[in-house]
Design a protein around this ligand. Structure first.
Ligand code: SAM
Length: 281
């Protein structure tokens, strides 16, 4: 069973501008997708000169998403997911991983990019027992997300929900968009026992390379805020971090790996991304 909805809200872009790089398409390019344009590829290649392992980092992040979904179901008993900053559909989307483990799993996807909206149908292929839905909305307006009729028709808010903020909070500077307040609003709408999944790029491993990449993105009009380990941990305020806490992304519960992703091949170089899961009580 599935549901979808078109654009709503005045802050949402509704037209696909192919002449300037967009973050969803940039990430799609690094993941080897085809939903990107010349402007995205030029910036993607420029960033790869500063961070040569950027493509494997994107894959490592994607693999973490799958492990966190499996962990939430197996270890926390959570079968509902609110995946915000979904991205263009690619290898092993959240509902595919979740419903493989639990066919009754329910997933709501949220993204503000009109290209992701255009692909929403691909995100909606639910099992008959489960549910999937897509909401075209902005994370900067978390209350509109948690009160959206599509969300309340898809998720049972009397039962725990996993809020998935994987590789999206780096677009939210502390002094402009206040990510901690946004996260609090999301968590406040969910019952105890819910969880928060975050991955976040960091300059901790190579500050100079990240400074160059950040500059390239900002010159292209993309706000990008890498965060250190302590800053990333602070995004989990209001939750208890599950073991092993906030760690380099590849080190987070490798035993939950999905061996079908990326043909079962796993890169080993360090990915400059912090990752963790926190639980509310
Ligand atoms: C780097 S991609 C990550 C995709 C996916 N979460 C993953 O990790 O594989 C970031 C996504 O966040 C979305 N995004 C950026 N800012 C957003 C906002 N303010 N509200 C909703 N989505 C946003 C982008 O459109 C893009 O699809």
């Amino acid at each position: 069973m599935s549901d979808s909805r078109g654009p709503a809200g005045s802050r949402l872009p509704t037209e696909i501008d192919t002449t300037t790089p967009h973050v969803a398409r940039l990430y799609d390019y690094w993941l080897g997708g085809v939903d990107n344009y010349r402007a995205d590829r030029l910036l993607g290649d420029e960033i790869a000169t500063h961070i040569p392992s950027i493509r494997t980092m994107a894959r490592a992040n994607r693999a973490f998403l799958g492990r966190a979904v499996r962990y939430a179901i197996a270890e926390l008993g959570i079968d509902q997911f609110l995946d915000i900053g979904t991205g263009i559909p690619t290898a092993r989307n959240t509902h595919e991983v979740a419903q493989e483990v639990d066919p009754a799993a329910r997933i709501v996807y949220v993204d503000n990019d009109p290209l992701v909206l255009a692909h929403a149908r691909a995100l909606m292929g639910s099992t008959p027992e489960g549910k999937t839905a897509f909401i075209h909305a902005d994370l900067r307006d978390p209350v509109s997300i948690v009160t959206d009729p599509i969300l309340t028709a898809t998720l049972d808010l009397d039962r725990p929900v996993a809020i998935v903020l994987v590789m999206v909070l780096m677009y939210f500077p502390d002094d402009e968009d206040d990510p901690r307040t946004i996260i609090k609003r999301l968590l406040d709408a969910m019952p105890p026992g819910s969880c928060l999944v975050i991955s976040h790029p960091t300059a901790d491993f190579d500050p100079q390379a990240l400074a160059r990449a950040t500059q390239a993105m900002e010159q292209a009009g993309i706000t990008f805020v890498p965060r250190g380990r302590a800053e990333t941990e602070s995004l989990f305020a209001g939750t208890d971090l599950v073991d092993p806490g906030v760690v380099p992304v590849r080190e987070w519960h490798p035993e939950f790996a999905d061996t079908s992703i990326f043909g079962g091949t796993f890169d080993t170089e360090t990915a400059w991304i912090w990752a963790g899961v926190g639980r509310t009580h």
